[in-house]
Design a protein around this ligand. Structure first.
Ligand code: NAD
Length: 524
């Protein structure tokens, strides 16, 4: 067997590869050179520099697997690989411990003024009194996001006898309890914490999670740490917080714009910056390399790999027949997760009509779960591992099939439970169009695309007009409208596709209309 390593990979992984194959190491190749090198190779190992394009994949006649020593696979043409039946594997979680340790390092640096005292002494001053620090013992640490890294930070902070509180609305109670700490609301985190550290992905929901309003709710002198993604903390708000003294110290490893050489925070007192070093350790590189190489070897030896990113296992025929339903399933998951609050506890999927006897329905269920979990988890949710990830989070998954179906020849009925809330959404592929045809027990016929406003209101004259007028007054254009009701004079569900952002103020105004019962926004 022949393997090409085309980026600088830690030698530990390469040693593993050499035990099973001939390994050629050639870095810094352009596309033409890569095409030449890859022709006879069974596998290629890359980090982020090598671009494994469709042209490269087309030339790689023997290629069975592409290994990425890291998490992101933007540099690999996944579609081209999948079409050719080439498995793509990666190494998520390789830097978990490293990032958690960096976070603890920054917390200690803030508590004991280490970088500030270092700079002062090196500038010729002996300012013992100025840098009076504080112990971590007994201080409250607020952890936002208790996934891989957040839970490791918790584990390490326990050793410092900190009082740890955490917020993660998507972690089931049982799993959260196993962390052995107090799970609280976001407001409690802000109100009670001496140190606040964020470990969430950057999503529409978490962008500027720590903003002016959040900072205003915090204790005076709070220290804020971000080793997650630039943008989770609003840097302007943080700068003002530091200037006013409301924020007693901050440490960022990640910035909204990187490299952050011109960032005004760099000139601010009691601010620590590291240049996106969170994952930069010899060990994290070693793990990324060994995990990716082990996965590549598993694929080459026909053993099940854990971190498969694509789904080349599905035959071309099955892929062809399920293509649109995979997209629909993903949309249904993405739609539901935005309507539910709290951690998902169970998912029930019913495949109806002509879908009932289709092969490969597990791919559809995984696509639903991918839609449900992708906005919550950091990368790595794919059509193969989605149900495993869901089960690891304590989510119960059940599938059933039903021959008969109302109105359509195919339908996916998705029931999702999150704590005491549950929602049912029905979807169908009509022609080549993916549609949502039922929400709870309301019949609708909705193209799930863009921004959607869902308003539940009393079924009486004038209600639709009031909402539409309010939107018009706020220059929000309505692209399409759907209404559904169970009985005349009961509750009606109105779904509007809108072309513009709906601000919190406009949402509150809609909620205040007499007869309006519930207002929600979904964006796909
Ligand atoms: P993860 O997917 O394991 O965990 C993320 C957690 O955030 C999940 O438990 C999820 O439920 C939770 N979450 C999602 N939305 C939330 C919200 N609105 N409020 C509260 N919790 C929410 O991810 P991870 O591997 O622990 O990574 C955490 C962060 O660290 C990510 O942003 C990742 O990109 C970043 N990261 C940074 C570096 C670095 O070099 N600094 C390296 C690796 C990862």
């Amino acid at each position: 067997m022949k393997i090409l390593v085309s980026d600088n990979l830690h030698r530990a992984g390469i040693r593993l590869l050499k035990k099973v194959a001939d390994v050629e190491i050639a870095t810094g190749l352009n596309e033409e050179e890569l095409i030449e090198k890859i022709r006879d190779k069974d596998a290629i190992l890359v980090r982020s520099a090598t671009k494994v394009t469709a042209n490269v994949i087309a030339a790689a006649k023997n290629l069975k697997v592409i290994g990425r020593a890291g998490i992101g696979v933007d540099n690999i043409d996944l579609k081209a690989a999948t079409r050719r039946g080439i498995v793509v594997v990666n190494a998520p979680g390789a830097s978990t411990i490293t990032v958690a340790e960096h976070t603890i390092g920054l917390i200690l640096s803030l508590a004991r003024n280490i970088p500030f005292a270092d700079a002062s002494l090196k500038s010729g001053k002996w300012e013992k009194k100025k840098f009076l620090g504080k112990e971590l013992k007994g201080k409250t640490l607020g952890v936002i996001g208790t996934g891989r890294i957040g839970s490791q930070v918790i584990k390490k902070a326990k050793a410092f006898e900190m009082n740890i509180i955490a917020y993660d609305p998507y972690v089931p109670e049982k799993l959260a309890k196993s962390l052995g700490i107090e799970i609280v609301t976001l407001n409690e985190i802000y109100k009670r914490s001496d140190f606040i550290t964020v470990h969430v992905p950057l999503t529409d929901q978490t962008r500027h999670l720590i903003d002016r309003k959040a900072i205003s709710k915090m204790k005076k002198g709070v220290c804020i740490i971000n080793c997650a993604r630039g943008g989770v903390v609003d840097e302007d708000a943080l700068l003002d917080g530091l200037k006013s003294g409301k924020v007693g110290g901050a440490a960022l490893d990640v910035f909204e714009k990187e490299p952050a050489l011109e960032n005004p925070l760099l000139k601010q007192k009691r601010f620590i910056a590291t240049p996106h070093l969170g994952a930069s350790t010899e060990e994290a590189q070693r793990y990324a390399s060994t995990i990716a190489c082990e996965e590549v070897i598993k694929v080459l030896q026909n053993k099940p790999a854990l971190n498969v990113v694509n789904m080349p296992g599905l035959s071309a025929e099955a892929m062809e027949s399920l293509g649109d339903y995979i997209g629909l399933a993903n949309l249904l998951g993405g739609f539901c997760v935005q309507l539910l609050k709290g951690s998902i506890t169970s998912i029930q999927v019913t495949y109806c009509g002509k879908l009932a006897d289709d092969e490969g329905l597990n791919v559809l269920t995984n696509s639903i779960i991918k839609g449900l979990l992708s906005p919550i988890l950091t990368g790595g949710v794919n059509l193969l591992n989605a149900s495993v990830l869901a089960k690891n989070r304590g989510i119960k998954i059940t599938e059933s099939r039903r021959e008969e179906v109302e109105r359509f020849d195919n339908m996916i009925i998705l029931d999702v439970k999150a704590g005491r809330y549950n929602i049912q959404v029905k979807g169908s592929v009509v022609g080549e169009e993916k549609r949502i045809v039922g929400i709870e027990s309301y019949s609708v016929d909705l193209i799930p695309r863009g921004k959607m406003l869902l308003v539940k209101h009393e079924d009486r004259p004038g209600m639709i007009g009031k909402v539409a007028t309010l939107l018009g007054e706020n220059r929000i254009n309505i692209g399409a409208m759907q209404v559904g009701r169970k009985k005349v004079g009961g509750t009606q569900l109105m779904v509007l596709n809108v072309d513009h952002e709906i601000s919190e103020d406009v949402l509150s105004e809609i909620k205040d209309i007499k007869g309006v019962k519930k207002v929600q926004v979904v964006e796909l």
